[in-house]
Design a protein around this ligand. Structure first.
Ligand code: GUN
Ligand code: ZN
Length: 433
């Protein structure tokens, strides 16, 4: 068996961010990509790559589109089984659906089952990297890391920390145990194979100042870890935070004053921001994570993509499973488009795809490894079939260029459009592990 594989199709290679202007000019379409040893070796004309790699295995994907695997920068894998639960807004939704389900993760066998199911689902949807919350149980993080490691996936995750009585009995740790357990998990998983640890205070309302302090100290001791939390998702949540933290200038300040603001910080939702919060987030290079299906599903509000991008913020795209209503980053891009429309800005397909790949990868500080198809990058690739369903095929038959095809596939597509997924070069589900 030859080591090099050459995939042919329409290979989409971004050279820069499409938000820098002329979105369609931000990417090239190549005929082929050569991969070996889990890495991308070359992109270019089919004949040239075949001549350079005699004996390579050739996989012809015809008219299909080869993209980097999608990167979902904010998800809660423990909420897999309660996705699409009806009729609540954030705090009610947490208490009614989320917390009871997260309690089940006290059983490591249940955590292992859901971790495997979740990674099957996201892979089927073309997502090759996620940054996920776990539950307060350290074994819930072990379960996800172990499953990702078995599959060779690049993944970030962290044990969720909650020590306030605003979280239910049975889902609380302490400031000290959150520090100790997170630290032990960093030792076990951070930097092992393709895994990254994300220190994870759920959000200010479920932590005491002492716990935020402890996690800020842990981040200072492990500055190459990510830190993920929630920020300004709903207006009544903000009122709640300001009541619990009367000394804080604003919601962001509850993190900032405890050492939890920095460029490896990921702040989910970030919809209702004050001018001070915007300025501090931008100065520190912190990342904002847009979760459009969640923000419409839970009724949170409309993220200001255009204003924040123009001001130079780093922005990721994410499902926020299971507050988000889909595992699919195609559906998530479609929702980002619709939210943009409601704010008066039609995002280009190149912008949507970049957010779901390179943009999210950059916010996870993985942009030099994943999210773009270029030599030296890891070979996490997907093959998109723009003719996968009758509705899509009749529409893409009319498309005049690749962007029109991609836009229709974003709006009409789902997991049936994901024809192949490769994780570090190997076809997912084909005997990996
Ligand atoms: N805020 C705190 N926890 C959560 C959660 O699990 N989902 C969402 N959408 N928001 C949160
Ligand atoms: Zn979330």
């Amino acid at each position: 068996m030859s080591e090099t594989v050459i995939l042919t199709g329409r290979v989409l290679c971004f050279d820069r961010s499409p938000f820098d202007g002329d979105p369609a000019g931000a990417a090239r379409v190549e005929e082929a990509v050569a991969i070996a040893g889990g890495m991308i070796q070359a992109t270019g004309a089919r004949d040239i790559l075949c001549a350079a790699h005699p004996g390579a295995e050739l996989v012809d994907h015809g008219n299909r589109i080869i993209l980097p695997g999608f990167v979902d920068a904010h998800a809660h894998y423990p909420q897999t089984a309660i996705i699409a639960s009806w009729g609540k807004r954030l705090i009610d939704w947490l208490n009614t659906y989320t917390f009871p389900e997260e309690m089940r993760f006290a059983d490591p066998a249940y955590a292992a089952d859901i971790a495997a199911l979740y990674l099957d689902l996201v892979t089927a949807n073309g997502t090759t990297t996620v940054c996920s919350y776990c539950t307060i149980h350290p074994a819930s993080a072990d379960a996800l890391f172990a499953e990702a490691q078995r599959r060779g996936m690049r993944l970030a995750a962290g044990k969720t920390c909650m020590d306030r009585d605003t979280a239910p009995e049975g889902l609380r740790d302490t400031a000290q145990s959150a520090y100790d357990d997170s630290r032990a998990l960093i030792g076990r998983w951070h930097g092992i194979d393709r895994l990254t640890y994300a220190i994870t205070p759920r959000f200010s309302p479920t932590s005491t100042p002492a716990q935020l302090d402890a996690l800020g100290a842990l981040w200072a001791e492990h500055p190459d870890c990510l830190m993920q939390t929630h920020l300004s998702e709903q207006t009544d949540e903000i009122d709640w935070v300001l009541g619990l933290y009367p000394e804080a200038r604003d919601y962001l300040d509850t993190y900032e004053r405890h050492g939890l603001l920095g460029e490896r910080g990921l702040y989910g939702h970030a919809i209702h921001l004050t001018d001070r919060e915007r300025a501090r987030l931008r100065e520190t290079g912190a990342a904002l994570v847009h979760c459009p299906t969640s923000n419409t599903f839970i009724g949170s509000g409309l993220f200001d993509m255009d204003g924040l991008m123009a001001a130079g913020h780093r922005i990721a795209l994410a499902t926020d499973t299971g507050g988000g209503s889909s595992f699919s980053m195609l559906r998530t891009m479609a929702a980002a488009y619709e939210v943009g429309q409601l704010r008066g800005r039609a995002l280009h397909a190149a912008e949507l795809l970049w957010l779901a790949t390179a943009g999210s990868a950059q916010t996870l500080h993985m942009g030099d490894r994943i999210g773009t198809i270029a030599p030296g990058m890891e070979a996490d690739l997907i093959v998109l079939d723009p003719d996968a369903t009758p509705a899509l095929a009749q529409r893409t038959a009319r498309a005049e260029d690749i962007w029109e095809t991609l836009f229709a596939t974003i709006m009409l597509g789902d997991d049936r459009c994901i024809a192949e997924v490769r994780i570090a070069g190997r076809v997912a589900g084909a005997g990996a592990g």
